[in-house]
Design a protein. Structure first.
Length: 205
């Protein structure tokens, strides 16, 4: 574990696409070490999240990749997920995961204040962070019925469990947050301005 390392956690932008392949490799290696399943994502998918201000990245002061997560909306933006949380092995033990989780949670709450935020995870550390933010364990029936979300599970090695149980449960634990006013991190004004601009572009015919 490196000492006295300066790590910045920020909302990702298009300029951070150079880190996407490193992010994907780090996620794949972590899943292999844990022996757990993971929904596979493409370079293009994560790059688009960065372009849309729907991702958070952690970078060391020397430019090295330290961590990442992204958010997605489902069911006509009634549900939001914070997904793909990963911390590079070189930077574990520096509370990077908690800082990323706080920023993605705040970003989701800021952009979609009335949406329910949910998480599917098999990791104890993520469950603990979710609990601290106010998430509660729920059944899969309490999550979105948006088929696009569930298709994302098809790349997981445990998807056969999901199929056999008729999507009632799987290896992951489902956790859900109903909206409140608690925001654990601040979104910079320049990022809020960029988000508003993106939303205006989406509304144009």
């Amino acid at each position: 574990m490196e000492q006295d390392i300066d790590i910045e956690v920020l909302v990702a932008g298009p300029e951070h696409e150079v880190y996407v392949d490193t992010i994907l490799d780090t996620i794949a290696e972590a899943a292999k070490v844990r022996g757990t399943g993971i929904a596979k994502r493409t370079h293009e998918y994560l790059a688009k999240k960065m372009q849309e201000a729907k991702a958070v990245i952690a970078l060391a002061s020397d430019g090295r990749f330290a961590g990442f997560s992204y958010i997605e909306t489902w069911g006509n933006k009634q549900y939001v997920t914070t997904s793909g949380l990963i911390v590079h092995p070189d930077f574990r033990g520096h509370h990077v995961a908690k800082r990323i989780k706080d920023m993605t949670f705040t970003l989701a709450r800021t952009r979609w204040p009335h949406a329910k935020i949910f998480s599917l995870t098999s990791g104890a550390a993520v469950m603990q962070m979710n609990t601290q933010l106010g998430y509660q364990p729920v059944t899969f029936a309490d999550l979105t019925d948006d088929e696009a979300f569930w298709r994302g599970c098809e790349g997981c090695v445990n998807v056969d469990v999901l199929h056999r149980t008729d999507r009632k449960y799987c290896i992951c634990t489902a956790m859900l947050y109903d909206p409140t006013e608690h925001l654990p991190a601040k979104i910079p004004d320049e990022v809020l301005s960029r988000i508003r601009h993106l939303e205006e572009l989406e509304e144009q015919p």
